[in-house]
Design a protein around this ligand. Structure first.
Ligand SMILES: [Zn+2]
Length: 218
């Protein structure tokens, strides 16, 4: 019986590497397996930080995944499995469609994605996957915060300082900060304590600002 399996982890936890490995293993056994992804920087493929890559179908949130995979299934040899990378970027209704692919076509779906945004909240696609998946597992690759603790959160840095507001999907390197100047956007893996450390300062600042009072940031 087919299942919807969701594997989640932080950035750098090897999600794409695992996705490519499963895809490779099934294909090498002669099983028809489709690799799909969203918003990848390199069009038409999934690539891992370790330098492996494979051809993929890149979707956007408007694609009817049930229809697309149904068509692929009904052609030729049929589809045995689907490996979905960047699953956090799928629209919630696309996760429902993936669940229908499992139930109605008996096709295994392996989804890989991030758990939380840089703001520390569940991605919409991730939330729906946690609600619907038959199996949920966390990828453990012992990513570490600079303090040595296990890294559980993705921090977004703009010009080297952590931020908690902004677009959810700024993927890389440079972006306009609204004032016409280019800002350097990067990401860092940190433990919860150090992810929250700057947030307290930001919240406290906002609170004192509203009260028009004195600021005491210890
Ligand atoms: Zn830490």
């Amino acid at each position: 019986m087919a299942e919807l399996r969701f594997f989640f982890g932080t950035m750098g936890s090897g999600k794409s590497t695992q996705a490519l490995q499963i895809h490779h293993n099934l294909r090498s056994r002669g099983l028809e397996c489709l690799l799909i992804s969203q918003l990848d920087r390199q069009t038409g493929q999934v690539s891992s930080r370790l330098g492996v890559s494979a051809e993929a179908t890149i979707l956007d949130p408007t694609v009817d995944v049930f229809r697309l995979l149904g068509q692929a299934h009904l052609r030729g040899e049929g589809l045995h499995a689907v490996v979905a990378d960047e699953a956090q970027f799928y629209a919630p209704h696309q996760i429902d469609q993936l669940a229908r692919v499992v139930d109605e076509y008996d096709i295994d779906v392996y989804a890989f994605g991030l758990l939380t945004t840089f703001q520390g909240e569940l991605f919409e696609g991730t939330k729906r996957l946690l609600e619907l998946a038959d199996v949920r597992s966390e990828l453990q690759v012992e990513a570490r915060c600079w303090c040595g603790k296990r890294a559980t959160h993705n921090a977004r840095l703009v010009n080297g300082r952590q931020v908690y507001d902004g677009e959810i999907t700024v993927v890389g390197d440079t972006a306009s900060n609204g004032s016409g100047h280019e800002a350097v956007v990067s990401y860092d893996l940190v433990c919860r304590r150090h992810w929250m450390a700057d947030k307290e300062a930001v919240d406290q600042f906002a609170l004192f600002d509203a009260d028009d009072g004195a600021i005491d940031l210890r």
